[in-house]
Write a protein that binds this ligand. Structure first.
Ligand code: MRU
Length: 350
């Protein structure tokens, strides 16, 4: 069996997970990838909130962008009826309750809330414009991070990534996968390893698919193979995204990132975190205050033989926090923070 996937290499277009149509939001259903490329059309804020909760759309920046469009749909539905602003605020609260860990969600909702508080003359148009700008600026940030991250990788020949921090998880292009895309196009990067990312399999179902779709070869590993991969001297860097980065440089990301960070330190491998500045949460001094989402244990038990009434439960935290001292670099569109535990975030703060 070939150890490289090369599916649909003819396509050069990065996939887009969110497409605004003026009065609806097309959401690529990531639960059905890679078998089926299907867009659902959300026409209300509650449909967008459900799409986030059910992980049709996932990945921190994409969650924030979807929520911004959800607010735009809410304004379209309620304005100019009496009490429209209260109805929109209730929708914003519902969107905020969809998932807890990615700070990009709250960042985007705050921006939409502030816009409406400023009483624009045409609220529906203004809300849609802002949501589109948030998506556009996220893509621009990704492209910039791609270049900065590729600079940092230098002539590294191989990297490991975790989860999916690609076009699917962002406005387009990707954070960690943006860095990998840019470095690959420069020609130095020869091997891109992707961990499966159990239990939801973002790596196995999304990352290798997304890369292969762009003609970028990838090698899938079981999550449990990461230590041995590092021990074999096969990778120079781990490159991941983030759901929240606190003021001291602690990083919340997909469960398993912390394990990789510990292993990386043991094996002399460096850890790069690529994230837009909308992922910074400077209101938290460290990662202890980050709410870690717990999802239904069924996500773990689904594939095993146990019946639902068995005595076996499941513990399913879907994020973890990597302490700043295990992070080699945080790359944002504003710049790079090297060794954040030593140097702080001054390189990327406004
Ligand atoms: O549960 P998910 O799939 O939403 O988790 C996604 C991640 O952990 C990503 O690494 C993170 O959001 C960064 S995406 C650019």
């Amino acid at each position: 069996m070939a150890d490289h996937l090369n599916v649909n290499a003819g396509s050069r277009l990065a996939v887009q997970s969110l497409i605004w149509n003026g009065d609806s939001l097309a959401v690529l259903d990531q639960r059905r990838l890679p078998e089926t490329l299907h867009y659902d059309h959300c026409r209300s804020a509650s449909e967008v909130a459900a799409a986030i909760r059910l992980m049709q759309v996932r990945g921190a920046p994409a969650i924030g962008i979807a929520a911004a469009y959800g607010v735009a749909l809410s304004v379209l539905a309620h304005y100019p009826r009496a009490g429209w602003l209260d109805a929109v605020r209730a929708d914003i609260d519902a969107l905020a309750a969809s998932r807890p860990t990615a700070v990009n969600l709250f960042w985007a909702l705050d921006k939409m809330r502030d816009l409406l508080a400023a009483a624009p003359a045409e609220p529906a148009a203004a809300a849609a414009e802002l949501a589109e700008r948030i998506q556009r600026q996220d893509i621009e940030a990704n492209l910039r991070m791609g270049e900065l991250g590729a600079d940092l990788l230098g002539n590294a020949g191989a990297v490991l990534t975790h989860c999916n921090a690609g076009a699917l998880a962002t406005g387009g292009y990707g954070t960690a996968l943006g860095v990998i895309r840019s470095a690959y196009r420069r020609g130095g990067l020869r091997n891109i390893y992707a961990g499966e990312t159990r239990p939801w399999l973002q790596g196995a179902r999304l990352t290798v698919w997304e890369l292969a779709r762009d003609g970028i070869p990838a090698t899938l590993i079981a999550d449990s193979a990461a230590a041995w991969l590092m021990r074999s001297g096969k990778i120079d860097w781990i490159v991941v995204g983030a759901d929240r980065i606190t003021a001291n440089g602690d990083v919340a990301n997909k469960i398993g990132t912390y394990s990789l960070a510990v292993l990386a330190r043991q094996h002399g491998v460096k850890l790069m975190v690529a994230a837009p500045s909308s992922t910074l949460d400077l209101s938290l001094s460290n990662g202890n205050g980050i709410e870690i989402e717990q999802r239904d244990g069924k996500e773990l038990l689904a594939d095993c033989y146990l019946t639902p009434d068995s005595l076996v439960g499941a513990w399913n935290p879907v994020f973890d926090v990597t302490p700043a001292e295990l992070v080699s670099a945080i790359v944002t569109e504003r710049g790079v923070a090297l060794e954040p535990a030593v140097n702080g975030l001054s390189g990327i703060l406004p």
